[in-house]
Write a protein that binds this ligand. Structure first.
Ligand SMILES: [Zn+2]
Length: 238
């Protein structure tokens, strides 16, 4: 049986002489795997469809649980992500987070659209800000929303140095002070990225914001995302 899906490549692995197994995040079927045959041969027509971050319409032949890529038409290859190491790693964080948060075969249209638009934003603008915005949405869609607007203790507007309780995903004001201290620049960066503000945001704020969100994700899910560790190292995270 053949079916068509709009999908983003999350991960690829070589197998056989010239084949790849690709993990796709599809709009219609959620996370699925598919064999891409012959794509490692020189001049393979479908080579592009088995590259990280490829966003394409895939025609899949399915037999039981097994899918094979029959053809693919590129929607967006996000090529700018391959030409800049920072953008490349930030994009790998987006696909890595999707991979970690999605269960096989569970449809999540909103996360899919958020991932595609984050990659688009990364091509054109500040990749760290796009990643932080995406990270916050991905956490919220997985049931781990981070409350950034008001102190969870007294309801005061959050500004200046705050506290973050990673057990419940809540920020606290200086008077309520629960959890670990978070610098004012980190809080401000998280709030700005959540609101989709254009920035610019200070590098230190961005590095610390990614680090805080990743620590929170790990606290909640134990999911390790290698790309986030690599990106944090690249940012020189404290
Ligand atoms: Zn408070």
């Amino acid at each position: 049986m053949e079916s068509k899906v709009d999908a983003l490549v999350l991960r690829t692995a070589n197998y056989g002489e010239a084949d790849k197994m690709i993990t796709l995040f599809s709009l219609q079927k959620g996370k699925i795997s598919a064999a891409a045959k012959g794509v490692r041969k020189a001049k393979a027509k479908l080579a592009f469809a088995a590259q990280p971050f490829c966003f394409a319409e895939y025609v899949l032949a399915s037999r039981g649980e097994r899918n094979t890529v029959v053809s693919a038409a590129a929607t967006d290859g996000f090529y700018a992500l391959r030409e800049d190491i920072g953008k490349f790693y930030a994009a790998a964080c987006v696909t890595g987070l999707c991979d970690a948060l999605l269960l096989d075969g569970i449809v999540n249209e909103e996360l899919f659209l958020r991932a595609v638009s984050a990659l688009r934003e990364m091509c054109e603008g500040d990749e760290a800000a796009a990643l932080i915005g995406f990270f916050l949405h991905a956490l919220a869609l997985s049931g781990y929303e981070v409350q950034l607007s008001a102190c969870a203790g007294c309801g005061a507007v959050l500004e200046g140095r705050c506290w973050f309780d990673a057990a419940d995903g809540c920020f606290y004001c200086a008077d309520c002070a629960r959890g670990a201290g978070v610098s004012a620049v980190t809080v401000r960066t998280l709030q700005g990225c959540a609101a989709g503000e254009a920035g610019p945001f200070p590098p230190e704020g961005k590095a610390r914001a990614v680090k805080l969100l990743y620590a929170y994700l790990r606290e909640k899910t134990c999911a390790a995302v290698k790309a986030v560790d690599e990106y944090l190292a690249l940012l020189g995270a404290p």
